[in-house]
Design a protein around this ligand. Structure first.
Ligand code: BES
Ligand code: ZN
Length: 584
């Protein structure tokens, strides 16, 4: 018996799931799914089978041919959830488990109509990465076990279901509709995803469609009009797109991430709708995961940098083609700032700044940071600089081809890279990157003329002519630079001159409000609280709540804002903010 993932009860010696057939009824009134999950094994087996669950009520289990399967639900572990042990009779080819989810399922957010744009219909969505799929269905919830699946969702007929899978059919029967889907390519369980709501779609190209609530669809279609060109650009860099379609869904504002790379249906925060396409790098990032993450997958959360580091690298390659090297340099600089910030935050736990982490007993949501993203990026950039871009491009393509549809560890990466780029890992001291803290001193750094000009400003505001020509990324960088010495900044003058409090770009707006709150600029506080009541994206909740906790006079408002907003936040976001507010 061997457990190879610290976040799963999956046992390698037991039968492995090959396909899942999922049939579920969505009940908004009770906030539950009543479902049957049928798991078919790669090979028939018998004896114990351990599955991951969280908050599930198991009603029955039987074999595919109808024999009763005895089961035990063990006590719930705070990180892993509850192990479900089935005892399979001789020659079991698969099991059928009937169960119900909990209204508190950690992967699900059930939105009241008032939390949607239209305000008329409720909305439901899932967010399974890293280990929340087990709160939706009982399964071997580790990326090591890839599955294909079919699904049939019963939903209220006035709503539309979407899944990160290929659409099969929709049949309406009275008040209910049954929507069927299938996923012919094998995926790690964290990529299982669906949403139910009042949704409209718009074609953006032969392989791309954007979905959103009807009142948001025009803005979304405008913002992401470049998706098809992005897809073609990515294919030229990384090889043929392996998932047939690249559709995406603009989520309600409580979606806790910027984006989630659910295959065939990326989920995106509506905070990307800046009206000027200035935040489409997030779409590029999720698209890039189609190769790095969804095709070549981390074997467990300890190797998360293989997903995110490679994807940030790939995202910036797409951005460089579409927007030029200068913009790329600014993104890299923003990334470096966020990395330094993250490393500071882990002062007491430097092991969480290694690329390969030891997460035994640690919830992946608690370990989440910019380290795997930006340190991973810098590591690959350093490797690229050493071998040269042409060789790196060949290497990257081979890496993707070699590990396609597989889930790999950092050791697999090292073995492959040693063979493909002999001597390179030694030359850049890869162990210091992989097993060591912080950022090694040989990190590649780009830089650009615009970046130098910005740096030279310090906290001096730009001249009007310059300010008018600044891109959102330049504003963001400069505001973050100011936030390091907030007492030197005249926020009232800045606000009056540049209208920062009404910026339509959330990155700029949040950087500004963070600075304002840190500087004790009083009008920034209610504006920040208003934002915290309107969006649930953790990237924005974190810095704003943290800033409000710095000065004694705004701590109470941080707490009361959280009290008021918590019910509307996603369960994961709620947990993260609660942690911030209780930190000493
Ligand atoms: N896969 C992540 C989101 C995620 C990570 C969800 C871990 C749950 C657990 C996604 O691809 C991502 O990285 N999103 C970023 C976008 C960015 C780096 C451009 C985000 O949400 O901010
Ligand atoms: Zn990502």
């Amino acid at each position: 018996m061997a457990r190879l993932d610290p976040h799963s009860y999956c046992d390698d010696a037991q039968p492995q799931t090959d396909t899942v057939d999922w049939v579920a009824r969505v009940d908004f009134a009770s906030k539950t799914l009543t479902a049957v999950a049928t798991l078919t094994f790669a090979r028939s087996g018998s004896g114990p089978l351990d599955l991951d669950t969280r908050g599930l009520t198991i009603d029955r289990a039987e074999t595919l041919d109808g024999r009763v399967v005895p089961f035990v639900v063990h006590t719930e572990d705070a990180v892993l959830g509850a192990r479900l042990t089935l005892t399979l009779p001789e020659g079991t080819a698969g099991v059928r488990v009937a169960y119900r989810t909990s209204p508190e399922a950690s992967a699900l957010q059930w939105l009241e109509a008032a939390q949607t744009h239209g305000g008329v219909h409720p909305f439901l969505f899932s967010q399974c990465q890293a280990i929340h799929a087990r709160s939706v269905l009982p399964l071997q919830d580790t990326p090591r076990v890839r599955v294909r699946y079919t699904a049939a969702l019963t939903v209220p007929a006035q709503l539309k279901a979407l899944m990160a899978a290929a659409f099969v059919s929709r049949e309406v029967d009275g008040d209910l509709a049954v929507e069927r889907w299938q996923m012919p390519q094998s995926i790690p369980p964290y990529l299982f995803a669906f949403a139910v709501g009042d949704l409209a779609g718009r074609e953006l190209g032969p392989r791309c469609r954007v979905w959103a609530e009807p009142g948001v669809i025009d803005r979304a279609a405008f913002e992401f009009a470049g998706a098809d060109a992005m897809l073609t650009t990515a294919e030229a860099l990384f090889g043929p797109y392996p998932w047939d379609r690249f559709d995406f869904l603009t989520m309600p504002p409580s979606f806790p991430y910027g984006g989630m790379e659910n295959p065939r249906l990326t989920f995106l925060t509506p905070t990307l709708l800046a009206g000027d396409r200035s935040l489409v790098n997030v779409l590029a990032h999720e698209l890039a995961h189609s190769w790095t993450g969804n095709l070549v997958t981390n074997a467990n959360a300890e190797h998360f940098w293989l997903n995110e580091g490679f994807t940030v690298y790939a995202e910036r390659r797409i951005q460089e083609v579409l927007e030029g090297a200068e913009r790329g340099a600014l993104s890299e600089a923003l990334g470096r700032e966020s990395l330094d910030e993250a490393i500071k935050g882990f002062k007491a736990r430097p092991a969480l700044t290694h690329l390969r982490t030891d997460l035994t007993g640690i919830d992946p949501d608690d370990a989440y940071s910019q380290v795997p993203y930006e340190k991973g990026y810098l590591f690959l950039k350093t490797l690229e600089r050493y071998v040269g871009r042409p060789a790196f491009d060949v290497y990257l393509r081979r890496y993707i081809e070699t590990f396609a549809f597989r889930s790999i560890t950092t050791d697999d990466f090292v073995r492959f890279t040693r063979a493909a780029l002999p001597g390179a890992l030694e030359a850049i001291d890869a162990p210091a990157w992989i097993e060591g803290p912080g950022v090694p001193s040989n990190a590649a750094s780009g830089g650009s003329a615009r970046l130098d000009a910005l740096r030279a400003l310090g906290t001096t505001p730009p001249a009007d002519a310059v300010a008018g020509a600044w891109s959102p990324a330049e504003w963001q960088l400069w505001l973050q630079q100011c936030a390091r010495t907030p007492d030197d900044v005249d926020c009232a003058a800045l606000d009056a001159r540049f209208d920062l409090s009404v910026s339509g770009n959330f990155e700029v707006l949040v950087a500004w409000l963070e600075l304002g709150v840190l500087a004790g600029y009083v009008p920034a506080v209610p504006r920040a609280c208003q934002l915290l009541s309107q969006v649930g994206r953790m990237k924005y909740l974190r810095p704003l709540y943290k800033a409000l906790m710095v000065r004694p006079e705004t701590r109470a408002v941080a707490r009361s804002t959280f009290e008021a907003c918590a019910p509307a936040y996603h369960p994961i976001a709620r947990q993260v903010v609660r942690g911030l507010l209780s930190a000493p």
